[in-house]
Write a protein that binds this ligand. Structure first.
Ligand code: HPA
Length: 235
């Protein structure tokens, strides 16, 4: 047990999907998994374990932003010794190449968080696990999904004052989308020698103002969750 997690030592599977929203964690567990058990409800940051295609898998909400996500991720790695973490979330597009509904499979994550300043005088480059990444990319291709293997920026600020301009030159360096958790996930996974990946559906474009509608949102999220579950089942 930890201050934020009441699960018992073997409650989590080796592979854990990480949505931000606790109700999305519940939806994933109830919609996709069999033999589901609630393993954590401290602060309503829900965690569940069940099976997907016969294999044990968990889903744990992280809350929004890196400080919140880092708490749950650190404890999953340090206390519960989980091995594979796959964030499933949404992101905002930073260039016109990525369209709403497209998947962004984050190979690396820039950040404005101060969390990694302890690496000074170096600038740490948080990166995805290659095996998880290549498995997800191949599966996405087979399923005919439009996906972009590119960098995201994990921002600490949702309501940026200047729209896409707030991200400076990042969009010109193939940083195609903004979300709020991947950099902390990748940094902690590296620290604990675990595998991590972030898969996001692009829901709103900061350049064009285009947004996903609610029907598309549901079907895109379902496709992304199945992709993440199938990817996790390979490990
Ligand atoms: N900013 C940060 N995170 C996001 C966004 C955004 O515009 N859209 C979806 N997740």
């Amino acid at each position: 047990m930890t201050p934020h997690n009441e699960a018992k030592p073997d409650d989590y599977a080796d592979t854990v999907l990480l949505p931000g929203d606790p109700l999305r964690a519940k939806w994933i567990a109830e919609t996709f998994l069999k033999d589901v058990k609630l393993v954590n409800s401290v602060r309503n940051c829900l965690g569940f374990t069940g099976t997907w295609k016969g294999k044990k898998v968990s889903v744990q909400a992280t809350g929004m932003g890196q400080p919140s996500a880092a708490i749950y991720i650190h404890e999953l790695l340090d206390t519960y010794k989980v091995k594979n973490l796959i964030r499933v979330g949404t992101c905002g597009g930073l260039n016109k190449k990525v369209k709403v509904r497209d998947l962004v499979i984050a190979i690396s994550a820039a950040t404005d968080s101060t969390m990694n300043n302890r690496f000074a005088p170096f600038t740490y480059a948080p990166f995805a696990d290659y095996e998880l990444l290549s498995t997800a990319v191949e599966m996405a291709k087979t399923r005919g999904f439009t996906s972009h293997v590119a960098s995201v920026v994990s921002s600490d600020i949702f309501y940026v004052p200047d729209g896409v301009k707030s991200y400076g030159l990042l969009p010109e360096h193939n940083v195609v989308a903004v979300e709020m958790e991947a950099a902390a996930l990748y940094t902690l996974a590296a620290r604990f020698n675990a595998k991590a990946l972030t898969i996001c559906t692009m829901t709103d474009c900061l350049v064009t103002g285009e947004e996903i509608d609610s029907g598309q949102r549901q079907s895109s999220l379902s496709e992304m969750v199945e992709l993440a579950l199938d990817t996790g089942n390979q490990f």
